[in-house]
Design a protein around this ligand. Structure first.
Ligand SMILES: [Zn+2]
Length: 111
């Protein structure tokens, strides 16, 4: 396959408009294979290149009070240059083989 072309990663997401070069961990232009869980959340911090911290909010039912409680989880995700998510973006991430100590997910789409 040609290097400049984006690969079909097997899930229904829109292809990034730009091409990243030299990022082996990009699912579209690198060798990264995505599988497993997919999650949607908000990017809360982009401090370093190709990394982002994302927050996922979920609701937990409290049976006694018949209400829901909000709980938040923060995970570090890989932010490929072709997607280049910024703080405040809502993104879809996909699970992948461990990229580093903290990263197991990679951003596949901005929403
Ligand atoms: Zn890319």
């Amino acid at each position: 396959m040609e290097k400049t072309q984006a690969r079909n990663i097997g899930i229904d997401v829109k292809m990034p408009a730009t091409v990243c070069i030299g990022d082996r961990n990009c699912p579209f232009h690198g060798e990264r294979v995505v599988r497993g869980r997919s999650l949607v959340g908000k990017v809360v911090s982009v401090k370093t290149k190709r990394n982002a911290i994302m927050e996922i909010e979920r609701r937990v039912p409290l049976l006694k009070y018949e209400r829901f409680e909000k709980r938040r989880t923060r995970i570090m995700v890989h932010n490929p240059e072709c997607i280049n998510a910024k703080e405040g973006d809502v993104v879809k991430v996909m699970e992948t083989r461990k990229i580093s100590k903290m990263k197991t997910f990679v951003i596949v789409e901005k929403q």
